[in-house]
Design a protein around this ligand. Structure first.
Ligand code: SAH
Length: 447
């Protein structure tokens, strides 16, 4: 192994929020170095290739640097931009989208300012906490970056404020009933994770105990004691995951208390959330995201709308208020079932859910189903060539693309851009202090 120490200045941030420096033509990514900051960096090479770049010392400080408010920031893998002031985080996200559109789609478009939060803390409504035994005590915390070492924490600045009390009381109840965390090596013990889901609008909180075994010893008394300590909890679910895996949830579940679901509200619509259903994790930004998308669709009330990749139908159902009818296509059956239930509790009669692959659906109905407006919100891997080709053939007047990955967004726009004009590109900050960016793109059919 060959090493060298260099003094270099970062000129940009990469997709993961690392500083980018260049050394003799080599592009190097360095954690915790901001643009215009100079650092003393150790480069390790093996077999002629760069293996690791480590910041030994920061020599200058950017005007955008702030001291992270979270004491666990340097160890926790959750956030990666907390050393950058919030305004600069929003600008970083805007530029990231703009650069990727240029690079992958040859689209030079002035991306709008990122829609941020007024107070970018304590927003997260789904808190998943690993549980471990440390020195004979049950502890909760986070895994140190790239490891399975649990670092106990007593606070997290992004989680809903109501979660912390529940986590602490859970630990005390475990101690009282001598219930232990699951040990991955000995494969003994009970609890693997505790998950808390909160409703922003209603006073409802769900707790999910993920256990490695079926029966929690003294379950009824344990539950009674826990609920006495946490009267704010409205439902408790036990999820059983016996597998040797990093996946948090197992298949089997039982409701221990309450209805097994909570309800939250987006605009004037209610949505049920169960332990397994997908629901956006930033309830404050979700309304801004959907409002941006629905505004771009400029619905007048007489449109036939498609919500592709609809999940539990949140976007399409919100849009149904402003359209003639909405077809929602989603491949996961459980999500569709949630969606049907969601349209029923809101008395929505102009929405139809279809369980299908979006590509297959659009190809199948290419001759008998025309849409005026299409919302599409695919997963990180983006859409498919076939879907986009079928979409162009369907020729809706408007397409609103909601993307959680600007790389695949750019790729997909490069296909749409011949027939569709970009009206606006608006990033929305759903995950402050991370490099993640959500983007809404409005497109209209060229004349
Ligand atoms: N619009 C929703 C969900 C977006 S997540 C919301 O805002 O909450 C993307 C969704 O696409 C997931 O629910 C996933 O199950 C679904 N999905 C992924 N591939 C799909 C495909 N090929 N066809 C239909 N749905 C798909």
């Amino acid at each position: 192994m060959r090493s060298k120490i260099v003094e270099l200045e970062a000129f940009a941030l990469d997709d993961e929020g690392r500083g980018i420096v260049r050394d003799e033509g080599l592009t190097v990514f360095v954690d915790n170095l901001l643009p215009n900051e100079k650092g003393k960096i150790k480069l390790d090479f093996a077999y002629g290739k760069l293996k690791e770049a480590r910041l030994l010392q920061r020599l200058t400080s950017s005007k955008d640097r702030v001291k992270p408010l979270c004491p666990y920031y340097s160890k926790c893998g959750g956030c990666n931009l907390m050393h950058l002031n919030y305004e600069a985080q929003l600008e970083y996200k805007r530029m990231k989208v703009q650069n990727l559109l240029h690079k992958f789609a040859k689209i030079d478009f002035e991306v709008s300012k990122t829609i941020g939060m007024e107070n970018p803390y304590h927003f997260r409504n789904k808190i998943q906490v690993p549980v471990k035994n440390i020195k004979g005590k049950i502890e909760t915390g986070f895994y140190e970056i790239n490891t399975h070492n649990l670092v106990p924490n007593s606070n997290c600045l992004i989680e809903d404020n109501r979660a912390r009390h529940i986590i602490e009381e859970f630990k005390k109840t475990c101690e009282e009933f001598k219930l232990e965390a699951y040990n991955e090596d000995t494969r003994r013990g009970v609890f693997r994770h505790i998950i808390i889901k909160t409703s922003r609008y209603y006073q409802q909180i769900m707790v999910v105990f993920v256990t490695a075994i079926d029966e929690i010893k003294g379950k009824q008394n344990f539950l009674k004691a826990f609920l006495k300590r946490c009267p704010e909890v409205t439902t408790v679910v036990q999820n059983i995951n016996k597998r040797k895996t990093n996946v948090i949830l197992g298949e089997k579940e039982r409701i221990l208390f309450g209805s097994g679901k909570i309800k939250d509200r987006i605009f004037d619509l209610d949505f049920y959330i169960s332990s397994k259903s997908f629901y956006q994790t930033n309830p404050i930004q979700v309304e801004k995201l959907y409002k941006t998308a629905i505004d771009l669709a400029a619905l007048k009330g007489d449109e036939t709308v498609l919500d592709a990749y609809s999940g539990t139908g949140t976007i399409g159902l919100c849009a149904s208020r402003h359209a003639k009818n909405v077809t929602l296509v989603e491949v996961v059956e459980a999500a569709c079932k949630n969606g049907i239930e969601n349209s029923a509790i809101n008395n929505i009669e102009n929405a139809e859910f279809v369980i299908d692959d979006c590509t297959k659906y659009l190809v199948k109905h290419k001759d008998n189903q025309k849409f005026d407006v299409v919302f599409m919100d695919p997963p990180r891997k983006g859409s498919t060539n076939e879907f986009l080709t079928a979409l162009i053939e369907n020729s809706p007047k408007k397409i609103v693309y909601i993307s959680c990955n600007p790389v695949t967004l750019a790729r997909d726009l490069s296909i749409l851009k011949d027939k569709y004009e970009i009206e606006e590109v608006i990033p929305v900050d759903m995950f402050p202090h991370t490099s993640h960016v959500e983007t809404v793109v409005g497109l209209y059919l060229k004349k």
